[in-house]
Design a protein around this ligand. Structure first.
Ligand code: AMP
Ligand code: GLY
Length: 425
């Protein structure tokens, strides 16, 4: 197949590596990509927000499938334009992508579909925010309504801090004040063709910057899969996945379809397992990052087949995707100062040594070409690289991942040391 992947992060690199690991060889294009993606795909000069240009390129080159990685082009409606030109595209249109683009929209669909989530109040002024705090109690959870790259949410017992967060976002529209939910978090991805859904394997993301879940929220500092502890609570991991399919994914997909906005792409359910049951914290309209980097290496069913079936409305013909019994973990290497003020432009060394560790692959998030030919790659953003390790158990995978990340040199870089530590004991 000829496949065009839009995006420039580790998620897109992981998707491309998964496509390349298939028995069938594909011709893969990427825009805009990064220095790591450039080693595994042909970079094309395309504006991923320009749907007409993406469709024109796809038509000209006979591309069979366009995969939209990040949320921003989805929310901007790029998938609609490409789909209207008759090209299969994996990614929801602008209307369905509002599931991620607007927390208020997501809450409305959840309410209409009867999907379990925290109680929330929409507040348009500081006074309304204060009243919502009184009603919902502590700790306070405030969410900006639009896309905020993981920075729109605050959870705190400090009322003044919560109010200040709300005040920061109020000028651009109402915020959501939500009931505080407590319990372990799970990310579960569903492929959808608008009608049928197929679950992938549950994973857990580490959102805070520092060991022990300290420091600020980030885009994600690591992840692991599978989640063996789900079996203790639900009897088996499959039982958990079945429950979420029936009570969360299918009702959402049906509700969106009934409103004339079918969801074609990846429905990301961000869940919290509270003592009262599973609750949805958020939906995203695309593969999660960094969870994708651990979920896809365990996927046995060819990814290209699943993405094309989703994009073409034939997911019903596909059996449930299969996963290997291996475990996978990823540790994110971040630039000095991430997430507040990442220092970029520094040289990265030791990548080949890191990649030579058994079971390890290096997935690039924000890397750029060297300043001079033959030189070292440059860090171009906050989250720079993902070291992904598979193994027969978590102790094994952790040993590999940390051995590999220790071999990478980037001045001032930091990473968490406790990814999957709890499940490795
Ligand atoms: P979100 O961007 O909605 O995924 O929120 C980011 C993080 O904030 C989540 O992963 C949770 O750790 C936390 N969070 C969001 N909503 C709640 C809530 N209602 N109760 C407790 N924690 C929450
Ligand atoms: N891992 C969080 C996200 O992809 O939004």
């Amino acid at each position: 197949m000829k496949i065009l992947v839009l995006g420039s992060g580790a998620r897109e690199h992981a998707i491309i590596l998964s496509l390349r690991s298939e028995e069938t060889e594909h011709e893969i294009f990427a825009a805009p990509g990064n220095a790591g993606i450039a080693q595994d795909a042909t970079i094309v000069d395309l504006d991923m927000f320009d749907g007409a240009a993406v469709a024109a390129f796809a038509n000209e080159r006979g591309v069979d499938l366009v995969v939209v990685g990040p949320e921003a082009p989805l929310v901007a409606g790029v998938a609609d334009v490409v789909r209207e030109r008759g090209i299969p595209v994996f990614g929801p249109g602008k209307a369905a992508a509002q599931l991620e683009g607007s927390k208020a929209f997501a809450k409305r669909i959840m309410d209409a579909a009867g999907v379990p989530t925290g109680r929330a109040v929409r507040a348009a002024s500081v006074a309304e925010v204060g009243a919502a705090f009184d009603e919902l109690g502590e700790p306070h959870v405030v969410k900006a309504d639009g896309l905020a790259a993981g920075k729109g949410v605050i959870v705190t017992t400090d009322r003044a801090e919560a109010l200040a967060h709300a005040e920061h976002y109020l000028p651009s529209g109402p915020v959501l004040v939500e009931e505080f939910l407590t319990g372990p978090e799970v990310s579960l991805f569903f492929l959808s063709d608008g009608d049928t859904v197929r679950p992938l394997a549950p994973a857990q993301d580490f959102k805070r910057a520092l060991d022990g879940d300290g420091g600020p929220n980030t885009g994600g500092m690591g992840a692991y899969t599978p989640l063996p502890w789900l079996a203790e609570q639900f009897g088996s991991v499959d039982a958990f996945v079945d429950e979420v399919t029936e009570t969360v994914a299918l009702p959402m997909i049906r509700q969106l379809d009934s409103e004339g906005t079918p969801f074609i792409g990846l429905l990301y359910a961000g869940l919290i397992l509270t003592p009262a049951g599973v609750r949805v914290i958020e939906f995203n309209a695309r593969f999660g990052d960094p969870e994708t980097q651990v979920v896809l290496p365990r996927l046995r069913t060819p990814l290209s087949r699943l993405l094309l079936a989703s994009a073409s409305g034939t997911l019903e013909d596909e059996p449930r995707p299969e996963f290997s019994d291996d475990v996978a973990i990823t540790v994110v290497l971040a630039s000095e100062g991430y997430p507040e003020a990442p220092q970029t432009g520094r040289m990265i060394e030791g990548l080949a040594e890191a990649a030579s560790v058994d079971g390890v692959s290096i997935v690039h998030a924000a890397t750029g070409a060297p300043d001079a030919p033959g030189g070292s790659l440059i860090a171009t953003g906050g989250r720079v690289l993902n070291v992904v390790a598979t193994g027969t158990d978590f102790a094994d995978a952790r040993a590999r991942a940390y051995e590999a990340i220790g071999r990478i040199r980037l001045d001032g870089a930091h990473y968490r040391h406790d990814i999957a530590a709890r499940v490795a004991q």
